[in-house]
Write a protein that binds this ligand. Structure first.
Ligand code: SAM
Ligand code: DTB
Ligand code: SF4
Length: 319
């Protein structure tokens, strides 16, 4: 597997005629996965809102007035009850998100109990809790955490337009701590924040240039949140086209052939046909359930229809 992609080569992939690009991505997808299988992941916001960071797209930042009500960390029992519902609803994977700048040691016991309990249900576990120190990453791994999600979100060049309260390097440091602890890394980004194609090239290049490519790559389409700088900007500029989003998925699939590529936020605004193109281009996971962290996601019946129409099957567990 290649890890030495340079930016020009990645830009050339983006520039391919659309049919050629999607065909190549589909070939890579088939060589590494069953193209008719999609992993179903469910999210739960275990601690919502009031976040100290100023990520310009986020409903949960305390820096912007988005009308979101902040809440405290959920109890372990509440989280486990939600995980049980997710499993009964058909999810194979459960991801717990907290609106924190970084994990605090005082919250580790509760998080460990949540992770252990979810894992014991036979679900793949993932968490996204902000920055981690190496010893915290080890503690989460020991608790049963399979994946840790920490997104680079965009290119190093565009990053300052997105967030200023933590550096790109700090994100890379957390990713290194996760990998060093022996957990799988989940690292992706958001498209349609006003970045250029060159930024999307640079962002995907950065993923390939990590010490090892992310095991999981969530590709989000910006959900425009009123009151956030990037949400307001996207409202004016219109974000990126569906076809450019598909191109981004296809290039991610080609440059990271064995990674899970997750068609993440933004599906509520996508047609079945656009989502089908994303799957053809190599996406092999979606978030299910009627809410992501704080924003709406397609209803279970809508996704069941999509899966049936496309003949897609839930992916067997593979951790
Ligand atoms: N607070 C933690 C952190 O950011 O490290 C974890 C939770 S955070 C909400 C997880 C990811 O969700 C972000 O990195 C971002 O990529 C994605 N996300 C958040 N708000 C979004 C939005 N409005 N549209 C698309 N993706 C979004
Ligand atoms: C990721 O990249 N996308 C998911 C998951 N990682 C945690 C979250 C999407 C959140 C969308 C906005 C919201 O619902 O608040
Ligand atoms: Fe906080 Fe995460 Fe939202 Fe950034 S993306 S403001 S770190 S919850």
């Amino acid at each position: 597997m290649r890890q030495d992609w340079n930016k020009d080569e990645i830009a050339e992939l983006f520039d391919l005629p659309f049919m050629e690009l999607v065909f190549r991505a589909a070939e890579v997808h088939r060589a590494n996965f069953d193209p008719n299988e999609v992993q179903l992941s469910q999210l739960l916001s275990v601690k919502t809102g009031g976040c100290a960071e100023n990520c310009g797209y986020c409903s949960q930042s305390a820096h912007f007035d988005t009308g979101l009500k902040a809440s405290r960390l959920m109890t372990v029992d509440t989280v486990l009850a939600e995980a049980r519902k997710a499993k009964d609803g058909g999810a194979q994977r459960f991801c717990m998100g907290a609106a924190w700048r970084e994990l605090k040691d005082r919250d580790l016991p509760a998080l460990s109990a949540m992770i252990g309990g979810v894992k014991a249900m036979g679900l793949e576990t993932c968490a996204t809790l902000g920055m981690l120190r190496p010893d915290q990453a080890v503690a989460l791994k020991d608790a049963g955490l399979d994946y840790y999600n920490h997104n680079l979100d965009t290119s190093a060049e565009y990053y300052d337009q997105v967030v200023t309260t933590r550096t790109y390097q700090e994100r890379l440091d957390t990713l290194a701590a996760v990998a060093d602890a022996g957990m799988k890394t989940c690292c992706g980004g958001i498209m349609g924040m006003g970045e250029s194609r060159a930024d999307r090239v640079s962002f995907l290049h950065q993923l390939t240039a990590l010490p090892s490519p992310p095991d999981s790559i969530p590709i989000n389409n910006l959900v425009a949140i009123a009151g956030t700088p990037l949400g307001e900007k996207a409202g004016r500029d219109g974000g990126i086209s569906g076809l450019e989003f598909v191109r981004t998925i296809a290039v991610a699939r080609i440059v990271c052939p064995r990674s899970m590529v997750r068609l993440s936020a933004g599906r509520s605004e996508m047609s079945e046909e656009l989502q089908a193109l994303c799957f053809l281009a190599g996406a092999n996971s979606i978030f299910v359930g009627d809410t992501l962290l704080t924003t709406p996601n397609p209803q279970p019946g809508t996704d069941a229809h999509l899966m049936r129409e496309l003949g897609l099957e839930p992916m067997a567990m593979h951790v």
